[in-house]
Design a protein around this ligand. Structure first.
Ligand SMILES: CCCCCCCCCCCCCCCC(=O)SCCNC(=O)CCNC(=O)[C@H](O)C(C)(C)COP(=O)(O)OP(=O)(O)OC[C@H]1O[C@@H](n2cnc3c(N)ncnc32)[C@H](O)[C@@H]1OP(=O)(O)O
Length: 173
């Protein structure tokens, strides 16, 4: 499979922030922002792989700025790095007051998306190469983040094993 440039997967999504998506503070629900992040990352990953994808993990999401009702939210995503079947996708979310033009970065996130075949088994993806300085910086640091995720996944599996599947009301105190 021929490697593709990061720019080929670039995906941009802008939305108004409307009342159904805001909380009693008049700001966007964190979960709604996370859904936007997942959506735009999935589109970028499918654009790169040209295969269906699943979200394997999201690195930390810090809500740096509130996103106010009436403002807009703009998300940019592209594939920064790939391994065999997995892709790292970088997402930046910016909020903008359309009347004043004031813009603030409200969060950045890295998601790991895995391409799957018709039986939902992981399936190989093309490599990716960076061109801009920003892409190069993200690409060069990706291996370290990949190692960190591998350790985190191992710990998550250990926790899942430790806590098991028993119903909470049947747990021994
Ligand atoms: C009408 C039809 C139209 C169709 C049109 C097509 C368009 C279709 C677009 C879909 C767009 C929607 C996108 C929705 C996105 C969701 O919402 S998906 C729902 C949420 N996610 C899930 O349910 C995923 C559940 N987990 C799984 O299915 C499996 O654990 C996984 C992620 C596929 C991994 O499978 P596995 O058998 O454990 O495989 P394993 O060999 O250990 O790992 C495979 C790769 O995953 C990586 N990986 C596994 N876990 C992790 C982790 N926690 N962190 C990072 N990497 C990980 C591994 O490092 C490995 O990478 P490579 O070294 O191959 O590069």
């Amino acid at each position: 499979m021929e490697a593709k440039p990061c720019i080929d997967s670039l995906t941009v999504k802008s939305s108004h922030v409307l009342p159904p998506d805001t909380n009693s503070h008049g700001t966007l629900f964190g979960g709604k922002l996370m859904a936007h992040i997942d959506d735009v990352a999935a589109i970028a990953a499918v654009r790169h792989a040209r295969k269906p994808v699943v979200t394997a993990s999201t690195d930390s999401v810090d809500f740096l700025q509130p996103v106010f009702e009436g403002d807009t939210i703009c998300l940019e995503a592209f594939v920064t790095w790939t391994h065999n079947t997995s892709m790292e996708v970088f997402v930046k979310a910016t909020t903008e007051n359309l009347l004043t033009g004031e813009r603030k970065v409200c969060t950045t996130a890295f998601l790991s998306m895995v391409a799957v075949d018709e039986t939902n088994e992981p399936s190989p993806v093309p490599g990716v190469y960076p061109e801009s300085d920003e892409e190069k910086w993200l690409h060069e640091n990706a291996q370290k983040r990949h190692e960190h995720r591998k350790n985190r996944r191992k710990e998550s599996k250990e926790l899942a094993e430790k806590f098991g599947t028993s119903f909470p009301w049947k747990r021994d105190c």
